[in-house]
Design a protein around this ligand. Structure first.
Ligand SMILES: N=CN[C@@H](CCC(=O)O)C(=O)O
Ligand SMILES: [Zn+2]
Length: 422
């Protein structure tokens, strides 16, 4: 199939001479082509530029192309949501109400709610139930312009149920338009029946679950919730090193609720990213800048837990590559709207419109080790392209709290048109 997107007010390409995740002022340079067109053949981008140039270079392709008129609209790469807890059973709105009445997130978790409550519901759910629920979530993501989603396990906390979550993600990756990138997060919480025997659970993760995940090829990344009362930095290091030996790339939920030297640990173990970082130390931020560890910031969680926002402005100024994501999960961030999260990043983390766009496209792609395939509009890259019903990219956050996604092209196929899922 050949598609021509013609005459967009702005085509935001994110093409750069910089290699790797963008830092500092590179995050500001979103590389806009005014009145641009994009030519797609099969699942690849063939050309980007003014229509008059495409006419000269590709006359044959243009005669067979399906034409999408982008006049008055903005065209950009599909959004990449690089941190979600996509596959899970149930919802936790009653805990939200408890928090509004004064309970804290960790109080609720320590009393058997929180991650433990979702673990119970995920264990009770059948494969088909989880598959159906997650599919509905993916449809919502897609309608918001998200074309790649990371999915962490971590609500099974035993092999049977961790595997179930990962297998659901694998099947949906094969059947749904959205690409799913899997992360094993057996170290999301210590199961209730291992209280006081935490190291025994770490042994099971290291000796049993991680090797099975690697052998079955069920995940690319290995994540740990390094937090006071969950996994210590020492336990986290052990789990991440064990994963590394099996070619599972480390990620860390770091310094989310209390400072715990998670950012420092991420830099030390060579993690591709450290995530949350609400209370990361100055030293941790400097270490991440020195090692190029990507900060995946999740302002929806700070918003929903009424916690301090991560110091995104400082991180960018210090040279940390920053990505932004929803952290979609049933406890601390039950939203699938990455556009809303982008607005929070502008309003509460001191990031510019351009930085936020970079953080949800090319930098998010790099946080998933896919910066060479997706996250920018460049010749030869995967044709994941969205068209937004705004006159310029500044309107994206100006008209806030709305979904501007008009058309989504995923792998060269139109999957959303006029806001409607095809
Ligand atoms: N902090 C750990 N994990 C999730 C929350 C999970 C939950 O509350 O169910 C997070 O990233 O915020
Ligand atoms: Zn998370």
């Amino acid at each position: 199939m050949t598609i021509l997107i013609k005459n967009a007010n702005e085509v935001i390409t994110f093409k750069s001479v910089a290699q790797g995740p963008r830092i500092k002022e590179q995050m500001q340079d979103v590389a806009i082509i005014p009145y641009g067109s994009v030519l797609i053949e099969n699942d690849r981008i063939v050309a980007i530029g003014p229509f008059t140039q495409l006419e000269v270079d590709y006359p044959d392709l243009l005669t067979v192309a399906e034409v999408i008129d982008a006049t008055g609209k903005v065209v950009m790469p599909g959004l990449v949501d690089c941190h979600t807890h996509l596959v899970h059973g149930g919802t936790r709105e009653q805990e939200f109400n408890m928090r509004l009445n004064g309970s804290t997130y960790m109080d609720i978790m320590n009393a058997g709610g929180g991650i433990h409550a979702t673990t119970k519901q995920t264990r009770e759910a059948s494969f088909d139930e989880l598959y159906g629920k997650t599919l509905r979530h993916l449809d919502v993501f897609l309608k918001h312009g998200i074309t790649t989603v990371e999915a962490k396990s971590g609500y099974g906390l035993d092999w049977e149920n961790e595997r179930k979550q990962l297998e659901v993600a694998k099947k949906l990756h094969a059947t749904h338009a959205i690409d799913i990138v899997s992360t094993f997060m057996g170290a999301h919480a210590v199961p209730r029946d291992y209280k006081g025997r935490e190291d025994e659970f770490v042994d099971i993760l290291v000796d049993d679950m991680l090797p099975k995940v690697a052998e079955l090829g069920l995940a690319e990344f290995n994540d740990v919730f390094c937090e006071k009362g969950v996994f210590t930095p020492e336990q986290s290091r052990r789990i991440l090193e064990a994963g590394k030996a099996l070619q599972l790339t480390p990620k860390i939920h770091a310094d989310e609720i209390e400072p715990y030297k998670g950012a420092e640990l991420a830099a030390e173990v060579g993690a591709i990213s450290a995530e949350h970082l609400l209370v990361a130390s100055d030293e941790g931020i400097q270490k991440m800048a020195a090692t190029g560890t990507i900060a995946v910031l999740l302002p929806g969680t700070a918003f929903f837990l009424r916690a301090p926002f991560a110091r995104g402005r400082l991180m960018i100024d210090e040279g940390v590559p920053v990505a932004i994501s929803t952290d979609f999960n049933p406890g601390s961030s039950p939203t699938m709207s990455l556009p809303f999260i982008m607005n929070l990043a502008c309003m509460h983390m001191g990031m510019t419109l351009e930085e936020v766009l970079t953080a949800t496209t090319i930098n998010a792609a790099y946080a998933l080790n896919r910066g060479h395939q997706i996250g920018s509009l460049e010749v030869g890259k995967q044709a994941d392209v969205i068209m937004l019903d705004v006159a310029n990219y500044k309107q994206l956050q100006y008209f806030y709290g709305m979904n501007h996604t008009h058309t989504v092209i995923k792998n060269g196929r139109i999957v959303v048109q006029d806001g409607i899922l095809l």
